[in-house]
Design a protein around this ligand. Structure first.
Ligand SMILES: C[S@@+](CC[C@H](N)C(=O)[O-])C[C@H]1O[C@@H](n2cnc3c(N)ncnc32)[C@H](O)[C@@H]1O
Length: 245
């Protein structure tokens, strides 16, 4: 996160009304308060994430951050042109394609004219490869396949930065500043194990137990090939900064 926060260094936050879209553990929301935000709306569709994010805040931060459980694709409770700054840190890789446009459209609606959007996310894993990258790809491919079987949509999508800029331009955002934040994305075993936990949880939901068990064993087999201290590099991370016309 610290490297991605460096991308925020030149972004003016002082006195701004901010929206942190897909707030997770709330690090970006707290960073915005530290940088002088007037108010931060911290929105996620996971009550568990919001609860955790709140628990990480000081009293002062709690006075400035409003935690909201909502779907970013329909923010009807917010008037148009409310925010000066919108951040979306590692949000869109968990957003399926059918929903991406709705979310970006809604974020555009609630942004004031001249507002700044900072979107930080992963390029496709093929954008940087080593001889070990296939292990990360195999694990995520399996996670996606299982999620498809269960819910009919992928768990993870790697939208290329060019594509995201193109969609944002169509929605009325200009002056793109696109930079590579990580020219090779490091994947630590601990993080990959969190994905394995997710896979295990999904596999338990299969009615046909043997299918769930076989898929889980494949995922365990992939993670077992990774050394405890090994970092596998795959893909890149980009930052996009644009302004609403
Ligand atoms: C991968 S996490 C990233 C969290 C955090 N921004 C970070 O960088 O650590 C994505 C977050 O977006 C939330 N999210 C995904 N789709 C959403 C949607 N349609 N509406 C609201 N929140 C969403 C998830 O619940 C999760 O909290």
């Amino acid at each position: 996160m610290s490297k991605t926060l460096e991308f925020m260094r030149d972004v003016d936050v002082e006195g701004m009304a901010c929206l942190d879209a897909g707030t997770g553990a709330g690090r970006m929301a707290r960073y915005l308060v530290r940088k002088g935000a007037r108010l931060v709306y911290s929105i996620s569709n996971s009550q568990e994430h919001l609860h955790y994010a709140r628990s990480q805040c000081s009293e002062r931060e709690l006075q400035k951050i409003v935690f909201i459980n909502a779907d970013l694709a329909s923010l009807d409770f917010l008037p148009a042109e409310t925010f000066d700054l919108i951040t979306a840190h590692m949000l869109i890789n968990v957003v399926p394609p059918v929903k991406l446009f709705s979310i970006l459209k809604e974020l555009t609606r609630v942004a004031k004219r001249g507002a700044v959007l900072v979107l930080i996310d992963y390029n496709p894993l093929s954008s940087y490869q080593t001889s070990r990258s296939h292990l990360v790809e195999d694990l995520f491919r399996l996670e996606n396949a299982i999620r498809y079987l269960i819910e009919g949509e992928p768990a993870l999508v790697w939208y290329p930065s060019d594509y995201v800029v193109d969609v944002l331009e169509r929605l009325g955002w200009v002056g793109e500043d696109v930079r590579l934040i990580y020219s090779k994305t490091p994947w630590e075993k601990e993080l990959l194990k969190e994905h394995l936990d997710e896979i295990e949880e999904m596999c338990r939901r299969f009615r046909q137990r043997d299918i769930g068990e076989r898929l889980l064993q494949r995922a365990v087999g992939i993670v077992n090939q990774i050394g405890d201290d090994e970092i596998i590099y795959a893909g890149t991370v980009y930052g996009i900064r644009m302004q609403k016309k």
